[in-house]
Design a protein around this ligand. Sequence first.
Ligand code: SF4
Ligand code: SF4
Length: 188
Amino acid sequence: MAFKTIKRPKISIGERFYLKALLGGLVITMKHLVLSIIGKSRSKKELGGSGIGVTMQYPEYRWDKHLPEYYRGYPVLVKGEDGRERCVSCQLCEFICPARAITIKPGEVPADSQWNKVEKAPVEFEIDMLRCIYCGMCQEACPEQAIFMSQGYLLTPTDKKAGVHNKAKLYELGGTKQGLVNKWNAYK
Ligand code: SF4
Ligand code: SF4
């Protein structure tokens, strides 16, 4: 069987010891070191920090203003601009939640309510933030734009009970969302 011998390419000492890559890395490190010493590090420009060092001095400085639009913080419930709670307790979010963090107790909207056309609203709505994995599936599944992933991330429950957000807490965190949900729009 015929075969062809291929000569190995000759590599220099520099290539053998990755000198170019090592020096390149060293230059970048030195650049950040000098910028940090003179108070002009990335933390000054990007985090509003002192410019000395690149470690964010939390909690004096925070990410809040630098969070990308797509950042997923804790989930919250929102009311419409007309004050109606958007949730119709369909329980889709409870069903889809992979961490089983959501518990909903559905109830009827009273017949004399201006929103009786909606028929259902949650009597209680709880999200166990000790179970939640911030996946955003509840937001995806909700047909009423009632549950959203906020940009909030500061949760410091002191016990397990405080780690469960009830309906009042979820609305307090979510507030009002602008924009109509046409399905249940009273003006439709
Ligand atoms: S973000 Fe994910 S884990 Fe958290 S409540 Fe929603 S669906 Fe469940
Ligand atoms: S938050 Fe949305 S998905 Fe969950 S029960 Fe309410 S309307 Fe249904």
